[in-house]
Design a protein around this ligand. Structure first.
Ligand code: ZN
Ligand code: ZN
Length: 171
């Protein structure tokens, strides 16, 4: 494994996110062999600061930048929020990675079936962690690094990077 991934993956789940989402975080270890240090915290001050009031959505890049101070000295940070997020040029996004931190929003991943909801969150966490480990988007629809334009894309893709993407992490 790469030297820098030996540090922890700090995962902060906002208090507004329902408890069952914690079950999605085993993907960090199962897919990447990294240990997640999971915390529950009130991220509302960061979320409020990053809110675009005109759009009624959180600016994902602003949010990821605002939590940079929470990134472990050696390691990566993923924050999980319940609010709807977007990046410029898109109506919404499921997540965003920038430098050593990423955000995943559960807002558009909800489903009446808990298993489906948890699977979606797992895939989006796996996707953003892939970005943090240096991966770009992949054209294979079953690869977790496939870009999800809709939640159906998320449902159709797998939890893991394809062999080609995986090789890029390990090289
Ligand atoms: Zn992506
Ligand atoms: Zn791939």
């Amino acid at each position: 494994m790469l030297a820098f991934v030996r540090g922890e993956v700090r995962v902060i789940v906002d208090e507004a996110v329902s408890e069952e989402v914690l079950g999605a975080l085993s993907v960090v270890d199962e897919v990447y062999g990294l240990s997640a240090k999971v915390e529950r915290s009130d991220l509302s001050s960061f979320i409020t600061k990053s809110m675009n009031r005109r759009r009624g959505q959180v600016d994902a890049l602003e949010l990821v930048r605002s939590v940079e101070g929470l990134v472990p000295e050696v390691g990566l940070l993923i924050v999980i929020v319940a609010d709807d997020i977007y990046v410029n040029g898109f109506n919404f996004c499921f997540g965003l990675a920038y430098k050593r931190s990423a955000v995943v929003s559960t807002y558009r991943l909800r489903h009446q079936e808990l298993n489906t909801y948890i699977a979606r969150v797992s895939k989006e966490v796996s996707h953003e962690l892939g970005h943090l480990l240096g991966l770009n988007h992949c054209v294979r629809r079953d690869c977790v690094m496939y870009f999800s334009n809709s939640v159906e894309d998320t449902d159709n893709k797998g939890f893991k990077p394809c062999d080609r993407c995986r090789a890029l992490i390990l090289s």
